[in-house]
Design a protein around this ligand. Structure first.
Ligand SMILES: [Zn+2]
Length: 277
């Protein structure tokens, strides 16, 4: 079964109406991120219907995206005070959904220090992350992380991340050494790869080729990681991502060198990472 560890079905539907039909046709089991209640409820409804119709599951996740504080600042919504005040309602939603057992995972949360605008909100990102981490630990939920130019912050939290049920690195952006060190430190880490391995991201390709077969996942980040010439990424990309990953592993001489073998292993990893059986 094809699996997608990270996607945004609500946003995908806007640019690709009928995406859910494609998901079902391809039989994709996926974890769906949402960053507000409207988006979450859309995904939850898709999930409810999939369950009722015995279609492949869609697992609803929720978190305040680490880019959100910068977006709020740009819209003039934030006083830039570094407090959680602007996000009180959304954090209350996180707590409510987790408490009601409606979340398959908390994500995507994490750190984005990619540019100056994001860096300016680092303190707010830190505060938001702390709440997400605490909630994940309290409710024993997997954590889906978005990390850009901020791996040092992940390592600063390694001792606590070790206590998490699982930590899924969406679109893994670290180095081979960083990934291996996280596993050595006892973090139940899974490294997810999408179209970046087909877009000449050398370190992602190296990691995808060499990481242990039990640690890797596939994702689309749909609609946000399109291949050249495509308006969006979508579930139809997954067979190509799998084929590219298998080719990289074949070259490296690691296990999971055929798309079929890799698909089976990654489905097992996905189920372990999200606790679905
Ligand atoms: Zn995403």
């Amino acid at each position: 079964m094809l699996t997608d560890a990270h996607c945004h079905p609500f946003d995908l539907e806007k640019v690709f109406p009928g995406a859910e039909a494609e998901r079902r046709r391809l039989g994709v089991l996926c974890a769906a991120s949402a960053t507000d209640l409207k988006e979450f409820e859309h995904n939850e409804e898709l999930s409810r219907r999939a369950k009722a119709e015995a279609a492949p599951l869609l697992l609803p996740c929720f978190a305040l995206h680490p880019q959100l504080p910068a977006a709020y600042t740009a819209e003039g919504k934030s006083g830039g005070s570094g407090t959680q005040a602007n996000f009180k309602d959304a954090l209350a939603t996180l707590e409510t959904l987790a408490g009601q057992g409606r979340l398959a995972a908390i994500g995507e949360t994490g750190f984005d220090l990619y540019n100056a605008a994001f860096k300016e909100t680092e303190k707010i990102q830190d505060e938001l992350f702390a709440v997400h981490l605490e909630t994940a630990l309290h409710y024993e939920l997997p954590l889906v992380l978005h990390v850009r130019r901020a791996m040092h912050k992940v390592f600063a939290h390694a001792r606590v991340l070790k206590k998490c049920k699982s930590v899924i690195f969406h679109s893994w952006s670290g180095t081979l050494g960083e990934g291996e060190t996280l596993l050595k430190k006892g973090v139940n880490a899974f490294f997810s790869f999408g179209t970046t391995i087909m877009l000449n991201h050398h370190e992602a390709m190296r990691c995808c080729a060499v990481f242990h077969l039990t640690s890797i996942l596939t994702e689309t980040d749909a609609p946000y990681q399109p291949l050249c010439g495509s308006p969006c990424s979508s579930w139809g990309d997954l067979p190509r991502i799998l084929a590219a990953a298998a080719a990289l592993r074949r070259q490296a001489g690691t296990k999971g060198a055929s798309p079929e073998e890799l698909e089976v292993a990654i489905e097992t990893n996905f189920k372990k990472a999200f606790g679905v059986y």
